[in-house]
Write a protein that binds this ligand. Structure first.
Ligand SMILES: [Zn+2]
Length: 383
């Protein structure tokens, strides 16, 4: 094989995290599908081992979703010059998860990096060009496609580098960016609402938004081929659930606590009884949510046990005004359960959140810097 003889290639088949094996392809490879990882290329999590850990540990897949991973942060000196390392992660005859229904005939190649922001360096361009040429010589695949050129993925921001220009790399040009894309998503093999919502990283949507934008869809029973309205989900703002059912006086507890419990259940599968009463189980579920997000967004590798301990504290990232997303929601929910109502649980760290955080910090006699860091989370979560 020409590609396995590339001096920058390391064979890590069978050495990365796995849980079972991907089945053998039932169709010949016709497509080479190019991805990027949406993880900044220089960060610790931007390599094949981390993708395997995420795909297995978080998404529950059998192994790393790609056959080949190019790692810009691992530069190898070769007789041809400096090259980004290429990890051979899964045998090319295995049908890994990376393009849903097209997995059977598609070879998944991921260039680590978030090319919405990262620029591609020469060593990486060279590895793309050489890997591509070798695969062509080996007769592995006939067509090259970006992830978002495959059926059902037109909405995806992947791969965000111009792979065709990269193939022609001769040591100068920086590839330009292809156009962005639209909005209906078709459920593919290996998908969960959670994985769909999170594949897009910071610009992705939240599971709860997907559920709200798609009332006819049962998230526990996704069918391949089902259409998900992805665009509307981007417009949904997460608010405490105020439907009529919940407004009835016969319903127990606090309405916002119920909405927190529902969100924890849908987003993190925490299995809480939705009773609107804050208790130790809700707190444990919030800590699990926090650990899950720290792992997913910052690759912290925490055990998701719902216990506030030294490792979780050390992993805390500081949130301040302007932050938005699931971590901010967790902060807002935790403040609310402690009796500090940020106004709405909208996942956006705005004035309301800042002002109740400051009150909370003063009440707990910690530095009132209006930033939620280790000290504030410790006050919120330590038993
Ligand atoms: Zn992709």
């Amino acid at each position: 094989m020409n590609f396995t003889n590339l001096p920058q290639l390391v064979d890590m088949r069978g050495k990365l995290k796995s849980n079972g094996t991907y089945s053998k392809r039932t169709k010949a490879i016709t497509h080479r599908v190019w991805h990027h990882s949406l993880t900044k290329k220089n960060l610790a999590g931007s390599d094949a081992a981390s993708f395997a850990a995420y795909h297995v540990g978080t998404l529950g897949w059998p192994g790393c979703g790609y056959a080949l991973v190019i790692e810009p942060k691992n530069i190898i000196s070769t007789p041809n010059g400096k090259r980004a390392r290429i990890v051979y992660a899964n045998d090319y005859d295995r049908r890994t998860y990376h393009v849903g229904n097209s997995n059977q005939f598609s070879l998944g190649i991921c260039v680590a990096g978030d090319y919405r922001y990262d620029t591609m360096d020469e060593a990486t361009l060279a590895s793309i060009a050489e890997l591509h040429a070798a695969l062509v010589k080996d007769g592995i695949g006939q067509y090259d496609k970006a992830h978002n050129e495959m059926p059902g993925y037109s909405w995806k921001a992947c791969c965000e580098y111009n792979y065709r220009e990269a193939f022609d790399w001769k040591g100068s040009k920086t590839p330009s960016k292809p156009a962005p894309a639209p909005d209906v998503y078709t459920i593919q093999e290996g998908d969960t609402l959670w994985s769909i919502a999170h594949k897009d990283g910071a610009d992705g949507v939240q599971v709860e938004d997907l559920i709200k934008a798609n009332p006819g869809i049962d998230p526990s029973k996704l069918k391949i081929g089902q259409k998900i309205n992805f665009g509307n989900a981007k417009e949904v703002i997460v608010q405490p659930d105020k439907n009529k059912e919940d407004a009835k006086p016969s319903v127990s507890g606090d309405e916002t606590i119920r909405s927190i419990q529902k969100t924890l259940n849908s987003r993190y599968a925490t299995g809480l009884v939705v009773d609107g009463i804050k208790g130790s189980k809700t707190k444990t579920a919030l800590i699990k949510a926090l650990q899950t997000e720290l792992n997913k967004q910052f690759n912290k590798k925490l055990v998701v046990d719902g216990k506030w301990g030294a490792k979780t504290k050390a992993a805390i990232v500081t949130l301040e005004k302007g932050a938005k997303g699931n971590l901010t929601w967790i902060l807002q929910a935790a403040l609310y359960t402690e009796g500090y109502n940020p106004g709405s649980l909208d996942s956006i760290f705005g004035k309301g959140t800042e002002s109740v955080l400051e009150k909370f910090q003063k009440a707990k006699k910690i530095t009132a810097d209006k930033k939620a860091g280790k000290a504030s989370f410790a006050e919120l979560f330590a038993a």
